[in-house]
Design a protein around this ligand. Structure first.
Ligand code: ADQ
Length: 487
């Protein structure tokens, strides 16, 4: 069996603690079953980075990291990744900026990743590269004469050609994607958008629907919706109900119903629209005033990027205004928190909620939607309100789906969810649980690795996994000074 080498912008060590970012959970679950290596940036910057990658072994997984120079990190990560590619890929051309120096830093960092990774690769390794920060990496590895299979999975949406064309180096990016052996997307829509790009330039679709032919080579393309570990979450959520933190939170509600939102603080998550919709709900259905609490957990991310500090201030103002207007001496309508929780506590909070608001204005998949479903008590499940603009929407048809910009519809969905009869809640939950099970985390990496290498991953029993178990140990990003979450 080939050794699996996963590469992402940042890597996570299995440790008990908080878990920002869905990518880390997925990669760790794959590696804990296959063994192998995870290569990425350490989370540290240094004016003189060490010449060789630092390697740490935990059980059957090697964690190899490199440092970046501060200026280079800023231009690559805050600049090109999160001010150029992220907004464009999430259909926000108005937030898109383009600086040539940042473009150059993006390509230079990818070349650096390739040079350092090449030192650790063996000829028969299979390399699986993750996400938009590392699109050129496959080509760079080929240029360094690595001939093993290389796959790429995009965790975020892929935009239609009409949007991607805004990027001056659009053709370069598409050409780099065509250098992979296997390209994976979250949804059919993302795959179709990618195909809208390759139908135009020199690449074309072959007779076989999952092959794209370009420059004399074939790229296999596919849809691999990421999922969660359903049994692990269900067990963690049920156990967390008796956890002190969860009990204190539920006791503090004094019998009021709980609406929950859990999202990285990001403009793509639709948080300002959500707060406005909650305000509309309290105005349109005033009987709920004093009877419902909205808990929004939103850990800070990418604080060095302007757009993120702007949204942070906008949300603080909006929560303050709303509470100032509606709160009573004994009731606060919105509890707005910028902190991380352990995975178990978070799953306990999700289980305690009657309604989850998952209303991104654009999202690759959205794991919180799937976690909410897995965390529910099937005998008395909560209701999911979901944006059709999340990648999870086509699977989770049992959710109440509302356009996140439609305040009236979201307010009405909240009222419907809070008053939904048990039988309907159970039927909707049953559909969603079936869907979440069908595309769980093991299915995600198992199918991708199989399509990349032809090999089948056998799941190792929980107790045989080294370095922790995703049920109770969740990845924690390696420490980094300023950003809480930097995928
Ligand atoms: P994210 O944008 O980070 O992921 P999401 O898929 O919702 O979004 O994953 C977030 C993860 O972080 C979840 O597992 C959640 O439980 C955890 N989390 C959130 N807030 C937390 C907190 N306060 N404390 C602890 N944990 C917290 C990107 C893409 C998504 C895609 C994933 C995976 O943007 O579209 O679904 O990658 O591919």
């Amino acid at each position: 069996m080939r050794r699996l080498v996963c590469v992402s912008n940042r890597i996570s060590l299995p440790r008990r603690g908080a878990a920002p970012g869905g990518l880390a959970v997925g990669v760790l679950a794959a590696l804990q079953n296959t063994g192998g290596m995870w290569f990425g940036w350490s989370g540290e910057t240094a004016e003189v980075p060490s010449a060789e990658p630092e390697v740490l072994v935990r059980g059957n997984v090697r964690f190899a990291t490199i440092d970046l120079k501060p200026a280079e990190f800023d231009a690559y990560y805050n600049g090109y990744c999160n001010s150029t590619l992220w907004p464009l890929f999430h259909y926000f051309p108005d937030r898109f900026t383009h600086e040539e120096a940042q473009h150059d830093a993006y390509y230079a960092v990818n070349e650096q990743f390739a040079r350092q990774l090449a030192k650790l690769l063996k000829p028969d390794d299979a390399v699986w590269i993750h996400d938009y920060q590392l699109i050129p990496l496959g080509r760079c590895l080929r240029q360094l004469n690595f001939h093993g299979p290389i796959g790429f999975f995009l965790h975020i949406p892929f935009p239609h050609r009409q949007v991607l064309r805004v990027l001056p180096s659009y053709a370069e990016l598409v050409r780099d994607l065509c250098q992979y052996d296997l390209l994976g997307f979250q949804t059919d829509d993302d795959l179709r958008s990618f195909l809208s790009c390759v139908e135009q330039p020199e690449a074309r679709l072959s007779g076989q629907k999952d092959l794209v032919e370009t420059g004399g080579r074939s790229v296999r393309v596919g849809v691999y919706p990421i999922g969660v570990d359903v049994d692990a979450i269900s067990a963690a959520a049920a156990a967390a109900v008796s956890q002190d933190k969860v009990q204190r939170m539920t006791a503090s509600l004094l019998g009021r119903k709980l609406i929950i939102g859990v999202d990285r603080l990001d403009y793509s998550k639709g948080l300002t629209e959500r707060f406005a919709a909650f305000e509309q709900f309290l105005e349109s259905f005033p009987d709920n005033q004093g009877r419902v609490t909205f808990l929004q957990i939103a850990p800070l991310s990418r604080g060095d990027v302007n757009a993120y500090s702007e949204i942070r201030h906008a949300l603080e103002a909006s929560a303050g205004r709303l509470n100032g207007h509606f709160a009573e001496a004994d009731w606060t309508p919105i509890r707005y928190l910028n902190r991380n929780y352990t995975h178990a506590t978070l799953m306990g909070f999700l289980r305690a909620a009657q309604v989850a608001l998952v209303t991104p204005v654009r999202d690759g998949m959205n794991l919180v939607a799937k976690e909410f479903v897995a965390a529910q008590d099937p005998d008395d499940p909560g209701v999911l309100i979901l944006s059709p603009l999340a990648g999870a929407a086509p699977e989770l048809t049992g959710a109440l789906q509302v356009n996140p910009y439609d305040k009236r519809a979201t307010a009405l969905a909240l009222q419907t969810a809070l008053n939904m009869p048990l039988a309907e809640r159970r039927a909707r939950h049953e559909q969603m649980l079936g869907a979440v099970r069908e595309h769980d985390i093991h299915n995600w990496y198992g199918r991708f690795v199989h399509d990349l290498t032809g090999e089948i991953i056998r799941r190792r029993p929980m107790e045989a996994r080294d370095g922790g178990d995703v049920r109770d140990t969740v990845p924690q990003l390696m420490p980094r000074p300023k950003l809480l979450s930097a995928r």
